[in-house]
Structures are given as C-alpha cells and as structure tokens.
Write a protein that binds this ligand. Structure first.
Ligand code: 3Y8
Ligand code: NAP
Length: 249
C-alpha cells in the first residue's frame, strides 16, 4: 500500500496532490512553514522542518512512507539535498518533480548571475527603480546598493519593515498575470527586474512582462540539483509510482 510524502511549496506539488487525491492514493503534503496561510490541499498537510536529514529519516520510518516526492522549489537546495540523503538511508523510493529553467527568448535582456550576491553586484550604478521579485528571505542583501528605489513583493505582510532605505512593498501571492505584472512595472516606473530562474508558470509573468516592456532582467541561475531521478511532469510521477509499485518498493 503506497504512502506518499510530497515535499511541497510549488504549483507542481499542488497539482500532484490533486492527482493523487483523485486516485485515492494515500499522500501527505509537507510545507516548511514559511508563510502564514499556505494554500489548502486535498490531502493531509504537515507544516515545519523535520530536523535535518536524521529528522527526515525518522519521519519516513515512523510514518511508513513508501515514496518520497521532492516537489520543492528549485532554490530549496538544502531540502532537496536532505531528501536524497534521507530516502537513501531509509530505503524509500525518491523522485524529484521540478520544472526546467526558463530559457531567454527573442527580445529578452537577461544578465545571468550565479547567486544573490551576484545580483547585488549587478546593481552597481546610478539609482533606478528596481523590482525585487525574490520574496522576503533575501531582501536585506540589497542594502549594499541603497541608491535604488526597490519594489518588493512578499507573500505575507512582514513583522518588521524591510531593511532597505527606499522601497515600496506589495503583499501578494502568485501565480501572477502578465497584465498585472506589466501594470505593476509601469505604475512603479520599473527600470530593472531581479528574478530567480524558478522555471514553471507560477512566477513566469514578470519575465514575460519584462520582455513586453523591453526591460532588463538580472536572472539568478538556480543552484546545482542533487543527483536523483527527475521528472518535469505530474504524469511522470504517476507513471513512476505505478512502475515503482510493480518493483514492490
Ligand atoms: C511556503 C505556499 C501553490 C504554489 C504557489 C511556484 C509558484 C506562486 C511564484 C514573484 C516571485 C518567490 C516566492 C514565489 C512563487 C508560487 C507557489 C511561488 C516567488 C508559496 C508557499 C510558500 C512559499 C514560500 C516563498 C518563499 C519565497 C518564494 C515568494 C503557500 C506561496 C519569490 C520564489 O515570505 C517568505 O518568507 C517567502 C518565502 C520561500 C522565496 C524567498 O526567498 O523569499 N516562496 N511560497 C512554502 C513552505 O512553507 O514550505 O503559502 O501556499 C508557494 C508559491 N510561491 O501551491 O499554488 O510554483 O513557484 N514564491 C521565486 O520563484 O523567486 C514569487 O514575486 O514574482
Ligand atoms: P531550503 O532552504 O532548501 O530548506 C531549509 C530547511 O527548511 C530544510 O532543511 C527543512 O528544515 C525546511 N524545509 C524546506 N522545505 C520544506 C518542506 N517542504 N517541508 C518541510 N520542511 C521544509 O528551503 P527554502 O528555500 O527555505 O524553501 C522553503 C519552502 O518554500 C519549500 O517548500 C519550497 O518549495 C518553498 N519555496 C521556496 C522558494 C525559494 O525561492 N527558495 C520559492 C518558492 C517556494 P529541516 O532541516 O528542519 O528539515
């Protein structure tokens, strides 16, 4: 009898939860607890860290998990590394459900940087209106470039004001629309966007909006992905589950 643990926090994780609920496959979706009111799911939800690899191994064993699906965001690198290690140690089948990175299209004006520090360095220069579409967790690093006026977008209202001298804050959760992001960029006179190469559809609107408006994008390349089986489609997980069940894992 399958018992799936989905490491969630993405559009794809939510779509997988729907597919498994429709098939009456036993599954739990796990959130880290980064947001105040995570999206309701059609399967039971758990919230909070596991306590490192050892904690996840213990959880997999205590909950008799048969399959671990890492459907976390491509930038949730620590969770993905822990998932591979814990599944190996607990002898649990493991797959990653992730989305391919965005590729620059005709008209895109991207500057690739390797990480947040690279994005900060890329903003050297005269004051501009910069849209930081990175969420809350990395904003303070940009205080090193205080000359800009920043447009921030967080999922939740922050308990303390962001540490940037000049900023406007939008509280909104995606998925976003191209029209909405174009309007936001125009209303704030945005001259540059900073984005993670998240891939997928849920955060893509700002990339398309930047292309339509001819705006430059500082694109943060994703961290390396651990060596593991990967699929880009929910169907790939369902096929794997059927296949994995045949192997009796
Ligand atoms: C807590 C769960 C679903 C999943 C929806 C996707 C799309 C909308 C777009 C922008 C970019 C950003 C951010 C983003 C998007 C989806 C997806 C995605 C980007 C929720 C969610 C959790 C989080 C955590 C949050 C981070 C932040 C990142 C905002 C729920 C809504 C910027 C990533 O305030 C904070 O502390 C936010 C932290 C990690 C990155 C950061 O560094 O700040 N996601 N986002 C998950 C958990 O607790 O485990 O609340 O429902 C999920 C989604 N956010 O089911 O519909 O599939 O990616 N999330 C990025 O891509 O750069 C916004 O503004 O244009
Ligand atoms: P991270 O840095 O890779 O993970 C840090 C720690 O958070 C992990 O070691 C684990 O704690 C806990 N954790 C992370 N994801 C978890 C999950 N789904 N369930 C339970 N615990 C989890 O992770 P992150 O970048 O902060 O991302 C946190 C969540 O936000 C994930 O669900 C991710 O999918 C979502 N998200 C992140 C981004 C992003 O840009 N990073 C974007 C969109 C959505 P323990 O070590 O205690 O187990």
């Amino acid at each position: 009898m399958s018992n799936i643990l989905i490491l969630g926090g993405t559009t794809e994780a939510s779509a997988l939860a729907v597919a498994l609920a429709e098939r009456r496959v036993r599954a739990v979706l796990s959130y880290a607890g980064r947001t105040d009111r995570p999206r309701a799911q059609p399967v039971p939800v758990r919230v909070g860290g596991f306590g490192g690899v050892a904690g996840l191994v213990r959880h997999l064993r205590e909950e008799s998990v048969t399959h671990l699906v890492d459907a976390t965001h491509p930038f949730a690198a620590t969770m993905s590394e822990h998932a591979v290690a814990a599944a190996q140690e607990a002898g649990v089948a493991h797959i990653m459900l992730t989305r391919p990175p965005w590729i620059a299209a005709e008209g895109d004006r991207w500057t690739h940087v390797p990480d947040i520090a690279g994005a900060v360095a890329a903003l050297e220069g005269p004051a501009r209106n910069v849209m930081l579409a990175l969420g809350r967790m990395h904003v303070d690093a940009f205080a090193a470039q205080p000359q800009h006026h920043y447009l921030l977008r967080f999922v939740d209202k922050p308990a303390v004001a962001p540490g940037l001298p000049r900023h406007a804050l939008v509280v909104d959760r995606g998925p976003f629309s191209v029209e909405g992001d174009m309007r936001l960029m125009r209303d704030h006179g945005i001259g540059c966007i900073v984005s993670k190469n998240a891939g997928g559809s849920g955060a893509e609107a700002k990339i398309v909006a930047a292309r339509m408006l001819g705006l430059p994008v500082v694109m943060i390349d994703r961290p390396p992905c651990p060596a593991a089986q990967v699929t880009h489609q929910v169907a790939g997980v369902l096929q794997w589950l059927g296949h994995a069940a045949e192997r009796g894992v």
